[in-house]
Design a protein. Sequence first.
Length: 66
Amino acid sequence: MEISLASKIKEANTTLIVNGNLDRIGNFFTQDYAVHLTDRVVKGGHDIVQIHLVHFTKVFLTFKWI
């Protein structure tokens, strides 16, 4: 049975962002993955995914709702 895209995305979010299991990046991203930002593409595979996830989680750990 094929897993839906929504289920794959939810699993990746839970594994990488919620649980912080960055050693599992390879389960969800190819080695040549490029991060697509608003005005540019940053290549770097798993390393660039990890860098961006670390920055992303730091922002939300210090984020305060007003």
